[in-house]
Ligand binder design. Structure first.
Ligand code: HPA
Length: 263
């Protein structure tokens, strides 16, 4: 394996997002900055152990503690490089952590959950490995009938139960372009489309993982009500996020400690 020294294959790749600058219980062994045919990844991949289990940790915004680079906004993330680099480390399962806004009443701020489907509203992102001039060339129409792995989802649900963490087990996530937040009318439209939550980063990540045949799940955590959905309209979205994020971090840590035991 060219990218890393003699460390074992990670049992899980974890892609952190907003609010995930470190993970409780993670012990660093090696910091990698691999080059890929698609360019540079976001910051570094940290190889190490999470509660004794080998994992590879990356933050798609380059936000891991100790990273020198700038915050990479959702539309500028090099999703192809990130997923490619994880696959090169022989990662087979990828857990994506996604801060989201809640649209449906069952995704209030502080709620963790597993979206089961998505609608992609993003645009202009390099979203496939199968370009004629890419390293892979054109391959096939990748299936997206299960964009988030049900098998990995089951392990996450069992971990949540063991950790006593409340978890929604379904939801349709709208993936918007960002980096701005949505207008209330846009959220109303997403709701009419059948979306329960809204984030900016699940695509093209999920499709790229599918192209490389990785098991990919999103563990989403609602950090705010989507625009126009807050019962208390006095509180701004950023205040809501600040008030919620620590709670989500704690719940995620407890869940992850149980999840790695089940891999
Ligand atoms: N919209 C889109 N993405 C988000 C939000 C939101 O309200 N909150 C966190 N990520």
């Amino acid at each position: 394996m060219a990218l890393k020294d003699k460390t074992p294959e990670p049992a899980l790749g974890i892609i952190g997002g907003t609010g995930i600058e470190e993970l409780a219980g993670f012990e660093l062994q090696q910091r990698l900055q691999p080059k890929t045919p698609f360019g540079a990844i976001s910051g570094s991949i940290l190889l190490g152990t999470l509660h004794g289990v080998d994992v590879a940790l990356l933050n798609r915004h380059g936000l891991l503690k100790g990273e020198a680079g700038q915050h990479i906004p959702p539309h500028a993330v090099n999703y192809r490089a990130n997923i490619w680099a994880l696959a090169q480390l022989s990662v087979k399962r990828v857990l994506a952590l996604n801060a989201v806004g809640g649209i449906s009443s069952n995704w209030p701020p502080g709620q963790l959950g597993l979206p089961h489907d998505l609608i992609d509203y993003s645009h202009g992102r390099a979203h496939s490995y199968f370009d004629p001039d890419s390293a892979l060339g054109y391959h096939h129409h990748v299936e997206m009938s299960e964009p988030f792995s049900a098998d990995l989802g089951q392990l996450i649900a069992a971990a949540a139960q063991a950790a006593n963490v409340s978890l929604q087990t379904s939801g349709v996530v709208a993936v918007t372009q960002g980096p701005r937040l949505e207008t209330p009318a846009e959220i109303k439209r997403l709701e009419q489309d059948g979306c329960d939550l809204v984030g900016m980063t699940s695509m093209p990540e999920a499709a790229l993982a599918a192209e490389l045949q990785l098991q990919y799940s999103s563990l989403a955590f609602s950090v705010n009500w989507a625009a126009g959905k807050a019962p208390d309209a006095q509180q701004g979205i950023h205040d809501e996020i600040a008030a919620t994020i620590e709670h989500c971090q704690t719940q995620l840590s407890q869940l992850l400690a149980q999840l790695v035991k089940r891999l």
